[in-house]
Write a protein that binds this ligand. Structure first.
Ligand SMILES: C[S@@+](CC[C@H](N)C(=O)[O-])C[C@H]1O[C@@H](n2cnc3c(N)ncnc32)[C@H](O)[C@@H]1O
Length: 301
């Protein structure tokens, strides 16, 4: 940690410090990225932003963030435990075995309310650890109403994607979920597999209200679908995961709504030091294949 802070001493603006963090992500991976974001918090952000102000301005991070300072504080507070929880859920769902064979596949990843892209980063880390991505084309679809965090998510996903051999494209949707679902992007229709990521968003009332429309959207996309929902163990998260499961009632339940916990080294802004933390989460994993569209297209052909 001391070494990273020293390296940051020559860097001045908060934007430059975040760029330095992106560089760390690209060179070394998520842990060093997190350390660099904590470095930006410790050397800079804490002087102008305290937790009560952050929590009040952002409705405890449920509302779109409006500044890079808020984004640095969010990552310092939650980034490492959210990342570790999401990666643990992906490992539970997709398995901890190495797949060495080259497979040619076009995969869409939709990160709903992506914030700074933590769920997409965890997926990239999972792929790096377990999957030969030589034949993959990955399309990351990042949906987020905050332009600040959407820009950061784009930067971080592109940085992390350099760790794997897939061809990677990032598509940005600077909008809320309702508008994304209304627009129904056509680029999603050409692919073999779609992974739907919900990281800490299914507790948000505006997102919960749209679960029926989300389900219609997911069942309209061609091919195999996987839905991954993760959040901390709060009643609103259980509620969101259960609503999603009930709405997608014909999906195969790969992982029912289940409690789990992960261990992380995080920086505590309350105590001003690093500490070992146990984070309690809840996850859901669903799979299904949409064939009606394919059959209809075959009939037309
Ligand atoms: C707790 S943060 C989670 C961010 C990210 N998924 C993560 O795990 O770090 C909640 C996110 O949901 C976004 N959000 C809030 N309301 C939304 C809506 N109606 N549609 C889409 N995203 C929304 C916020 O902007 C914020 O980025």
């Amino acid at each position: 940690m001391i070494a990273y802070n020293q390296a940051q001493k020559t860097v001045h603006s908060i934007e430059q410090q975040v760029s330095y963090a992106a560089e760390q992500l690209q060179r070394h991976g998520f842990d060093r990225y997190y350390n660099a974001m904590v470095g930006a918090y410790v050397s800079d952000v804490h002087k102008t932003l305290n937790y009560p102000t952050f929590a009040n301005a952002t409705n405890r991070a449920k509302n779109p963030l409006s500044s890079v300072e808020q984004a640095v504080m969010y990552t310092t507070l939650y980034g490492k435990s959210h990342f570790d929880r999401f990666k643990a859920a992906l490992t539970q769902l997709m398995g901890a075995n190495v797949r060495a064979a080259t497979v040619k596949k076009t995969i869409h990843i939709i990160d709903y309310g992506c914030g700074q892209g933590i769920a997409s980063l965890a997926l990239l880390d999972y792929l790096k650890t377990y999957v030969n991505c030589d034949g993959f084309t990955l399309h990351f679809h990042l949906v987020e109403p905050s332009s600040t965090t959407l820009g950061l998510a784009e930067k971080m996903v592109k940085s992390m994607a350099t760790h794997i051999s897939a061809v990677t494209k990032v598509h940005l949707y600077h909008k809320n979920l309702a508008d994304f679902l209304n627009d129904n992007p056509s680029e999603l229709m050409v692919g073999d597999f779609t992974i739907h990521l919900f990281s800490n968003v299914l507790d948000i009332p505006a997102v919960q209200q749209l679960i029926p429309e989300l389900s219609t959207h997911m069942t309209a996309i061609k091919g195999k679908q996987m839905v991954v929902g993760v959040g901390p163990q709060y009643s609103a998260n259980y509620q969101g995961l259960m609503m999603l499961k009930q709405t997608l009632s014909s999906a195969i339940v790969k992982q029912d709504v289940a409690n789990f916990c992960t261990e992380s080294e995080i920086y505590s802004i309350k105590n001003n030091h690093w500490q070992h933390s146990t984070s309690y989460g809840v996850m859901l994993g669903l799979c299904f294949k949409n064939t009606a569209l394919e059959e209809a297209l075959e009939k037309v052909a």
